[in-house]
Each structure stands twice: as structure tokens, then as C-alpha cells.
Design a protein around this ligand. Sequence first.
Ligand code: DAH
Length: 346
Amino acid sequence: MAKLNLKSITREAKKEIERSKNLKDLDFIFKKYLGKKSEVSQALRLFKDLSGKEKQKIGKEINTFKNSFKKEIKNKIERIKKEDNKVSGKKDWFDITIPGKKIESGHLHPLTMTKRRIEEIFQKMGFEIAQGSEIETAWYNFDALNIPTDHPARDAWNTLWLKEKDKNGEQFLLRTHTSPMQIHYMEKHNPPLRLIVPGKTFRREATDASHNFQFYQVEGLMVDKNVSIPHLKAVISNFFRLFFNKKVEVRLRPDFFPFTEPSFEISMSCLACGGKGCKVCKKTGWLEMGGSGMIHPNVLKACKLDPKKWQGWAFGFGWDRLAMMRYKIKEIRMFNAGNLRFLKQF
Ligand code: DAH
């Protein structure tokens, strides 16, 4: 084995590490002293030929060298890094002139904005707001509203029935309109009443640009000793005028709903043509908005109110339609499509 002068190697290595200026220098030094071609590695290759005693002695010396050499290198790396940070100021300096990252702020969904506007207007007219439950029983959704068992609205085509039943064995369903809340409210509150119920409703329906199986309705209700259709028309006209910020004509035409008598279809003058007749209103000048009427005596009776003492009117219309007209949206299904490009426009 060639004579290995570890003392002088240690000294040389130390000097070189001392003089090194960067990590690249250190890499070079490391390879020179411990790399494959280094004196130490060459000596180790002949190690197996040594006698036991020599092996012990030289092995120990080499290990001591290796450990101190590696330690020197490590310390130098630390020092170089510290120097670098001081120069570039990476650690405790930042450029306050760089513009901050802009945090994108979201906004309310167009349906929520519409709902809030509806609530605001009716609240100013003295109406309370109730929510109601999206799951109802047939009693509240149909029977109490004077909708008989053979009425087509109860058909499987329209109603989404749930498997679950309430404690009286009545099957649950997803409410097909917001009208059941009329019953809940009249059961718990004594007239006079003024109420609106904006909420989600469901029907088993094929979808198209203006129909969805999930949609939104707002129900209105007024019960007092002396209320009549002129009040209804005034409230609705006022609402449309404030909602669209325009003078809007309201038309009531006879219709049929089991829970009102007499019943009316509510239409408003077409906003697109001002009532002259266009594509939007199918040349009629009118847009159908919903239904209304004087609350049927049977409904008052179902809520334990005396129809001889109390009377009232009710209405219901779809507020996703209102949102569509307000924001000029042609496709109802866009509201729930989760499409950010669509939603960011409002
Ligand atoms: N619930 C009816 C529907 O979904 C709409 C309606 C009509 C509500 C007349 C009313 C009303 O309160 O009086 O088609």
C-alpha cells in the first residue's frame, strides 16, 4: 500500500476548504479528497492486503480524516449560505413595491340577489318572510289546500315522492309549490297576516329552456277582515313597478286553482316591447307571471279559521322567471349549472 500521509492531506484539505468561495469549489474539493480517484480511496482499495494490526491503525486514521474533512466542508457550506443570504437579503427583506396578489372577491348568485330584492320590497309593504320546509306531506301540499286525491297535480309525473313516512304514516314528498306554507303559517299565527314565502320547489318534469325540475316560487298571503282583489292588484302592481323600476301594467284573468275562489292568472305588460307585442310575449303584449285568488273557505277551515270572520288573498309566482327577466337570461338551467363564466357576469 502506497504511503498515505494523512497529516499533510488533512492540512492541504483544510487550506483548500478555507480558500474556497462557493459551493462549486467545495464540490470540487470533496471529490479531490474523497472521490474515486482520491489518494484515500486508492489506499482503501489495497486495504484488504494489510495485516490485522495495520488495518486497525490505518482504518482508524482514515476514519478520523474523513470525519473531520466532512465536518469542515459542512461548516464551510453553512458559512457560504449565510453570506449569500446577507447579500441577497432573501431572509429578512422583501420588496414592498411589488403589487400584492389580487384576491378575487365573489358575489351573490343572481337568484339570491333577486330573492333579496323581492324580500326588501315586500318587507317595505309590511309583509313578513317565512321559509317553509322543502319536504312536506300530502296533507300540507295537497289536501289542506283543497286539492282532491284525483287531482292531476298529485300524479307521479308531477310529484317527487320520498320513501320515508311521518309518524302518522303519511308519505313525504318534495313540495311542488310554496303554497303549503300558507297552511303552516295560518295554523300557527292569528290573523291579520301578511306573508311572503320565497323558496325552492320541485316537480317531476322534463327540462327545457324555461322549465326545470327544481325551481323557485314566491308565495304571498294576506288575511284580514276586509281584504279583496283590489288590494291584491295594488300590492302586485306596486311590487312589479319597484322590482323592474318601471311602470308595469298588471292584468288579472279568470283561472282555476283549487285553493282559491275566485282564481286569477296574473300577467304583466311585456317589458321587451312595452305591451305592443313581440317575440318574447308571443305577440300578446303580456307575460304570464303566476296565479292568485281569494283564499278558498275550505283552506281557511283546514287552518281552523272561520271563513265568515276572516278572508284573504294569495298569489304565487316563479322568481327564477323574474330573475331571467331582470338579467335577460334565456335559459333557466344556467342558474344551477355551476358555470363560473355565466355567474361572473352579474
Ligand atoms: N301554487 C300554484 C302553482 O304552483 C300557484 C298559485 C296559484 C299560488 C294561486 C297561489 C294562488 O297562492 O293563490 O301553480
